[in-house]
Design a protein around this ligand. Structure first.
Ligand code: GDP
Ligand code: MG
Length: 431
């Protein structure tokens, strides 16, 4: 079972609970810890990861009307982004890139893909073959470079990769991006460690990237740690995401070496590479294609629940913000006591005691307004508009007048609050 699968299973179990409390979070985290540990993520990191989730989940209640799993999924998503890095935007500047990885991980292909990627964006690029182990490594990269229309350098028969790197740098001194492909092994052994150190020393890379295949699963954590110890990696590229692997290994790798994912390989062709996109990748990992929609939904719900009157632009209050405010206030049961407590005499009580029915009516009315009308209450007083809106939303004209009156009451109320910082502060706390 790879890491993503483990997380998906834990989330699926959580779906069955209707409330999120300390107990369900603890259970969820236990599952998560199991799967993270079996994926070879460091114990310390696992504990921190789950503790962060617990804190985030218990810090505030899920906003009303939001499915608990959506809420937790969003929290897990946020923590995963913290762990794996946010979406990557490659800097288009001069740089040297050293690629490392085991046999068949996709180093050589990635070298040519990257060179092409940068060259297509206006940076001249060259690739150097420092793989002195694999037979025909030279020819493979030479061919790929030709296909990619980037320059190639290698010294056939040379056994010292450091020497090739130095000669290659001389040849490519005018190139903006120089990429060095290295030897692989079936496993990282002392010989390869020594070789990588020598090449890194000679090549002086700006980026030392570990290339891993999406299907290697849980061993990637250990692998990343070993490569990191040998040559201090700065990032990870995950190849073969077009295959069956979901890339859970990338998570273990980035967690283990504490480096971000930079690129994703999505096919054998030279154009099949894309900068890491956090939403897309983590959505895939969690098995939620529309993670973007989910995250947006949760954010919207949180925003509504935490609306801060100080953030509302009273002078330019529109019917849209009015409705959001109203909805938020409707959820605040104790709010009417708060108003009383604050001694605000002209609080429109009926506004606070909004029933769902009234809210629905108001929503329909606002929905029947034109964009201009929503943004400018004064327009509504032009002849015919109120009748049109009432008809369009299936309510009486009186209802529309009531909405306008509530709208103006709220405006007045908020204005009076604005002028009194003390009350404002207290009020904000309750919102
Ligand atoms: P190296 O041993 O690390 O240099 O790996 P290679 O670059 O030689 O790649 C090994 C195999 O994986 C080749 O057949 C590549 O075509 C294939 N490969 C590399 N990247 C990808 C990818 O993103 N998707 C797919 N489907 N195949 C890939
Ligand atoms: Mg190779």
């Amino acid at each position: 079972m790879d890491l993503g699968e483990g997380i998906r299973k834990a989330l699926a179990k959580l779906t069955r609970s209707t409330i999120i409390d300390a107990k369900t979070i603890k259970e969820f985290n236990k599952e998560l810890q199991k799967t993270l540990l079996s994926a070879d993520v460091e114990v310390e990191l696992v504990l921190k990861f789950t503790k962060d989730i617990e804190n985030a989940a218990l810090k505030s209640k899920p906003p009303e009307g939001l499915a608990p799993t959506d809420y937790i999924t969003k929290i897990v998503y946020d923590e995963l982004v913290k762990l794996m890095g946010s979406s990557y935007t490659p800097e288009l500047k001069k740089k040297r890139i050293l690629l490392m990885g085991l046999y068949g991980s996709g180093k050589t292909t990635t070298a040519a893909k990257l060179a092409k990627f940068y060259q297509n964006r206006g940076l001249s690029a060259g690739v150097i073959c420092c793989d002195v182990v694999r037979p025909a490594a030279y020819e493979q990269l030479e061919t790929l470079a030709k296909q990619a229309n980037v320059e190639f350098f290698g010294i056939k028969g040379e056994k010292d990769p450091a020497k090739i790197a130095i000669e290659g740098l001389k040849k490519f001194k005018d190139k903006s991006v120089v990429i060095c492909d290295t030897s692989g092994r079936n496993a990282l052994d002392n010989e390869l460690v020594e070789e990588l150190k020598r090449v890194a020393n000679a090549f002086q890379p700006d980026e030392k990237i570990l290339v891993i295949s999406a299907d290697i699963g849980q061993v990637s954590g250990r692998q990343a740690r070993e490569f990191d110890n040998a040559a201090k990696i700065t990032g990870v590229i995950v190849t073969k995401m077009d295959g069956s692997g979901r890339g859970g290994g990338a998570l273990s790798a980035t967690a283990a070496a504490k480096v971000p994912v930079l690129f994703i390989g999505v096919g054998e062709k030279l154009n099949d590479i894309e900068p890491y996109n956090a939403e897309k990748f983590i959505g895939g990992l969690l098995g939620i294609p529309d993670i973007e929609g989910l995250v947006g939904r949760v954010q919207e719900a949180i925003k509504e629940a935490n609306i801060n009157p100080e953030d509302v632009d009273i002078e330019n209050l529109t019917f849209d913000t009015f409705y959001t405010q109203l909805k938020a206030m409707g959820k605040m049961g104790p709010l009417k006591n708060v108003f009383g407590m604050l001694g605000a005499p002209d609080v429109p009580k009926e506004m606070i005691e909004q029933s769902e029915g009234k809210l629905k009516k108001y929503k329909a009315i606002i929905g029947s307004m034109t964009k201009e009308e929503r943004n400018n209450e004064k327009l509504l007083h032009q002849p015919g508009r109120i009748a049109r809106i009432a008809k369009g939303s299936g309510v009486s004209e009186r209802d529309v007048h009531m909405l306008i009156s509530d709208f103006n009451k709220m405006k007045k109320l908020f204005k009076s609050f604005k002028n009194d910082r003390g009350i404002m502060k207290k009020f904000s706390k309750f919102m």
